[in-house]
Design a protein around this ligand. Sequence first.
Ligand code: MG
Length: 339
Amino acid sequence: MKLTFEPLDLILEMPFTIARGTSLQAENVLVQIESDGLRGLGEAGPSSFYGEDRGTVLVALATFSGQLGHDPFAVESILATLDRVLRHNSAAKAAVDMALHDLMGKILAVPLYKLFGLDRAAAPRTSFTIGIDTLEVMAQKAQAAGAYPVLKVKVGTDDDEARLRVIREVRPDAVIRVDANAAWAPRQAIQSIRRLAAYDLEFVEQPVAAGDLEGLRLVRENSPLPIFADESCVVAQDIPRVADAVDGIVIKLMKCGGLRRALEMIHVARAHNLKVMLGCMVESSVGITAAAHLSPLVDHADLDGNLLLKNDPFEGVMVEQGRLVLPQGPGLGVERRGR
Ligand code: MG
């Protein structure tokens, strides 16, 4: 199989701010794997928080290119080989995993969700994320996102309560979840969550630092709202460690290394009685659609990375009345926009 890759520059419609910084664009990488005249697509959306950037992805992919063998259906052994030649580099691995799955679907002429044995009608709603900004801008964005019945609001500012109040005013019926991106110390998190709970929130994502499992447990024991781990739960091996400190986990293809690893994580999480949300980085419709094909298995989705883009070159999964609508073409079912 032939692996090729190229930079994929994604520009955000508006600057996107979370507790640890602002992004204006994403320097992703588009991957193609060719076999017998068919081509599978994948995407890497590297995150510096997890030690990757476009440079590391390009180096990893160059390292992987001679390691794929000839059989796209041998995904497990191919991924084991990639893990052997290079540790970590999960976004680069996710891109290869996605392209192999796209290829398998195209060879068999079935969409990915069918390959996974899933019911398209069971895809959940996705949230639409409101980044940190001034009160006015956040309220305006929440109102403009009227087509999305579920909002995810980024918190961790000096006045989250005022922000939630204005958002709740303009969106009285929305389901609202919040994400602190590790911004709070445990005691501060408990106080903040107790105050914010007055605005009828669904759950809180990552209140405290990634490595602070004691803090996470303390927050959960004292929180009126369910707590989800994102930065504290990267791969399947993290799940037993966080299981008694949270109510749910956030799985992202770019954190764990692709669809196979995400599927493992879903099963491990279920075995620990945890809720599951599928999340994303800033990604085009290639990466977002890949994750969406697993979404019938999870409780919540936060697959809006493509919705925040000015220039998504691809189209695949759609959102109707907030619900993810999976494409029915073979594999990922993703096409170049305008085709
Ligand atoms: Mg998060």
